[in-house]
Every structure is written in structure tokens, then in C-alpha cells.
Design a protein. Structure first.
Length: 258
């Protein structure tokens, strides 16, 4: 199996944040991950005013996405925003993702490159599911979870996948609900035999997976719904509230999320 082609490093790095009620969700975690990658890869930092610019850009937006793209050569960051269809936010089974296998030894890696051509995805088409041999790594826009006999399983953040901010929040929400979560090798056969299959991403939240290469997947179920409810509560909570949980930590490159 061949490795996926390397990204065009000159296009830089990016983060996509959810804006909910004029608030950029998990802002510290997203910018922390971006800063870690920029420092490791380019020895560059983030503009000091970037957090304030992101908050200002979020004003007047009730439900949207914001893309922060960092040019490491100049250390400049550009912001782009657009509205999010409410039906795509924690979508129901009628909006379940269609997955397509994408072989790629070693995966996409732990950094969020602005060059996404390696995923070979077309707008409105199937979502790539990156496989290292028979091992499931991640989807093109999300991390992957399966449920079997009351336990959730997700591939480990071992350097081959992006350690997702929503992934960390979903793990925290599941454990707060008393659901066991394991991180480790997830084979394609396990995914096809799972009782529930869902994706986690920073804009859609928890998204059911409906098929892989034409084979039906079970999508969401009771555990998925519990995780979705917990993650949504987390995202809607006022971060200044004393009762608010801490933001999902931005894992340093190579660090496992627990």
C-alpha cells in the first residue's frame, strides 16, 4: 500500500471552528493545536491578536463555521466564515455520511494541512475514510467512533490521525455519562460489524455514518445520542460560567487524548 502524497507545505495550516451564538466554540483548544503545529513544523508562532480577531469575526453569527488559515512564511492568519445549515448541525439519520475507502499507509498525520487534495473528495460527494491496510484511521472531515456491546471505540491518536477537538470533547462527554471508551486499533471488519458508527467533527458535532463503499452501516443509536447530547451541552455552555467544564485540551503533537 502506497503512502498518501505529501501536502503542499506552502499552503500552510488551518483550523475550522464552530460559531454558536456569536461565540467561537473551543477557541483556546483550536488555536492551541494550530500553535503547536506551527511551532513544530515551521518554528513559527501565531499572531498575538488572533484570538481577538476570531471573536470579533464571530459577532452577529448565530450558527456558522470559521476557517482560520495560517501562512507560516509570513505568520499571517486569514479568517473566512460562512453560515451552517441547521440540518447539518448534529444531523439526523437522513443526513448520515456516505464513506469511501481511501488507502493510505501512515495516514494523514497529526497536523491539519490547508492542502486537502490528498483526500480526493468532491463537494457533495462521499467522505473519505482513510485506511492503513485494514486499519481504520479517520474520515476526511472527522474522527471515527464505533459502539459494540455498550463500549465505544475510536482509533488512537498515535501520530497517524488528527487529534480532533470534537473527538476529545466526545470522549469526555461519554465518560461523564458513564460510557466506557477505548482507544486503539480499529479494523475495517469491526466497523462493518459495529452496532453504531458515528463521526465527530468541530462543525457537525456527532454525525451518523450510513454506509462504507456501498455497504450499509448502522449509523447512530443510544450511545451516539448520549454522546451527542453531552457534547452539545458542552458547546452551548457559557465558558464564563463557574459550572462550565474546561475546554477540551489541545493535545500536543503525538500526545494521546485521554
Amino acid at each position: 500500500m502506497a503512502m498518501l502524497p505529501p501536502p503542499d507545505r506552502s499552503r500552510g495550516l488551518f483550523e475550522t471552528l464552530l460559531v454558536l451564538g456569536e461565540r467561537p466554540v473551543e477557541l483556546e483548544a483550536h488555536l492551541g493545536r494550530l500553535a503547536n503545529s506551527a511551532q513544530e513544523l515551521f518554528g513559527a508562532g501565531l499572531p498575538a491578536d488572533l484570538p481577538d480577531r476570531v471573536r470579533e469575526h464571530a459577532r452577529g453569527v448565530e450558527l456558522g463555521r470559521m476557517r482560520v488559515t495560517l501562512d507560516p512564511g509570513s505568520s499571517k492568519a486569514t479568517l473566512e466564515g460562512e453560515a451552517v445549515d441547521p440540518a447539518a448541525f448534529f444531523p439526523g439519520p437522513e443526513r448520515a455520511a456516505t464513506l469511501r475507502s481511501l488507502p493510505g499507509r501512515g495516514g494523514l498525520g497529526r497536523h491539519k494541512w490547508a492542502d486537502r487534495r490528498r483526500l480526493q473528495e468532491a463537494a457533495g460527494g462521499p467522505v473519505s475514510l482513510v485506511l492503513d491496510g485494514d486499519e481504520v484511521l479517520e474520515a476526511g472531515r472527522a474522527n471515527v467512533f464505533v459502539a459494540h456491546e455498550g463500549v465505544l471505540k475510536t482509533p488512537a491518536a498515535d501520530g497517524r490521525i488528527l487529534p480532533g477537538i470534537a473527538r476529545a470533547g466526545a470522549i469526555a462527554a461519554a465518560r461523564e455519562a458513564g460510557i466506557e471508551v477505548t482507544e486503539g486499533q480499529l479494523d475495517r471488519s469491526e466497523l462493518l460489524a459495529a452496532e453504531e458508527v458515528f463521526l465527530t467533527g468541530s462543525v457537525r458535532g456527532v454525525e451518523p455514518a450510513g454506509s462504507l463503499d456501498g455497504a450499509s452501516l448502522p449509523g447512530a443509536g443510544a450511545l451516539s445520542r448520549q454522546v451527542a447530547a453531552g457534547l452539545l451541552r458542552r458547546w452551548r455552555r457559557d465558558p464564563s460560567s463557574d459550572a462550565a467544564p474546561a475546554p477540551a485540551a489541545a493535545p500536543r503533537p503525538g500526545q494521546l487524548v485521554r
